[in-house]
Design a protein around this ligand. Structure first.
Ligand SMILES: [Mn+2]
Length: 427
């Protein structure tokens, strides 16, 4: 579905008087505090979050899936949906593909289609967490860490094939989430499983083109419930340090045990110049894959506080980061959920940009604990939504993405085009 841009203009016109009032008030306050509102707007506008190809349909849980209508039935339709999101918010200018769920049959045509929506290809994702039809050997007991060299070789070859697909599309990174692990004590030797995995990673690393990176994602449990090979940020960092400068850690917000201090992990990765990117989502208990910012928005803000501080600091030398949403939509319209998620991410970013860093450093140096909290929470409790809306307005996007999506009956239109029983492919 191609969006008629005049609909966005009509929507913005209706909202513009109220928007301007809110923006003027906020601009006056921020200017008084010494901020350059234009500089903040530029940063907000430049911040793009990649959409994964698997997030455009309803995900479901192990108990069932309740698909909504009009889901994308092919890679082409997935790209169209991301194009739609990007037209609405001008903040989702990239798509991240999962192989083999989304193997491009004609890479050139797919690249052209994406370019027509002003989309780039973000990191490509490999999959050795499930067996594919006509696959020789099973991943039941692991893939890159498997005790059998034949299985490891098959998993290595798959990752190299994913890199090749990525090269054809203009992608520059491979993300490996390795599900390998054990379910029972004694099942495997931890040290040898690590060493077998390192050997597999080294062979994949050797196949990376120049300019490419590999992101090593970690997760403490699930699908395995006793141990995982890349269980935590320490294991990820260890692999990355042994592999070389192209290997970087990837933080998926849902891949931590409850109450983990994720912002401190971010700071440590940045300190070592080893942070590659993010998978955003939110959770109450585990890897719940809920809408970003729906449960713990303050934690998200504290993470962005570390990211902004790290990216601005002369003491930190970290490569440019890759931002992606990694969520699953069980009861919401996936496109509405993604619009909300992108908004929440950019809100946390904008709030982190208006932290009074000099005052915070002074409070830290003087051990003024109360003042440090005041400074952080002053930024967090500022309603920055008018800034996000203004950045969108200037870029030709909608002032209120979710309202616009609903007013324009986009889902109804997609159902009409694709059918009420259209299921997203892949998941
Ligand atoms: Mn992830």
């Amino acid at each position: 579905m191609i969006l008629d841009k005049s609909l966005i203009e009509q929507h913005n016109e209706k909202q513009s008087a109220l928007h301007q009032k809110k923006l003027d008030t906020l601009t006056a306050v921020l200017s008084d505090e010494g901020h350059s509102v234009n500089a903040i707007l530029d940063k907000i506008a430049a911040f793009q979050v990649a959409i994964p190809s698997w997030a455009l349909g309803t995900g479901g849980t192990r108990f069932g899936r309740f698909a909504g209508g009009g889901e994308p039935r092919s890679l082409e339709e997935k790209i169209e949906d991301v194009g739609l999101l990007h037209a609405i918010n001008q903040s989702s200018g990239a798509i991240s593909l999962h192989i083999p769920w989304d193997i491009p049959q004609n890479a050139k045509a797919i690249q052209q289609l994406a370019a027509s929506f002003e989309l780039k290809f973000d990191a490509v994702n490999s999959n050795t967490f499930q067996d594919q039809q006509n696959q020789d050997l099973s991943y039941k007991y692991g893939s890159l860490s498997h005790t059998d060299k034949g299985v490891r070789d098959q998993a290595i070859a798959h990752n190299i094939e994913v890199i090749k697909h990525g090269v054809d599309l203009g992608s520059k990174a491979l993300t490996i989430w390795l599900s390998d692990g054990t379910d029972f004590p004694g099942q495997q030797n931890f040290r040898r499983a690590f060493q077998r995995t390192l050997d597999s990673f080294q062979q994949i690393y050797a196949a990376l083109p120049d300019e490419w990176k590999v992101f090593v994602e970690y997760k403490p449990y699930e699908p395995h419930f006793y141990s995982t090979v890349v269980a935590d940020w320490g294991s990820s960092l260890l692999f990355c340090q042994k592999l070389g400068e192209k290997a970087l850690g990837l933080v998926d917000l849902g891949h931590h045990l409850p109450n983990t201090n994720i912002e401190q992990i971010v700071s440590r990765f940045l300190m070592e110049g080893k942070l590659g990117g993010f998978h955003f989502n939110d959770s109450k208990y585990g890897d719940d894959d809920l809408t970003v910012g729906s449960i713990k928005p303050y934690q998200l803000f504290l993470i962005f506080n570390e990211l902004v501080e790290g990216m601005q600091s002369a003491e930190v030398n970290n490569p440019e980061l890759s931002w992606m949403i990694d969520a699953s939509h069980n009861i919401k319209d996936p496109l509405e959920d993604l619009l909300q998620s992108v908004e929440a991410i950019k809100m946390a970013y904008a709030q982190a940009l208006i932290i009074d860093r000099k005052a915070l450093e002074k409070a830290q140096a003087e051990n003024d604990v109360t003042q440090a909290q005041e400074i952080l929470q002053n930024a967090y409790r500022t309603d920055v939504r008018p800034l996000l809306a203004q950045a969108r307005l200037q870029a030709g996007a909608a002032l209120h993405p979710v309202s616009f999506y609903r007013e324009s009956n986009i889902r109804e239109e997609l159902v009409k085009q694709r059918g009420a029983k259209a299921f997203a492919t892949g998941l």
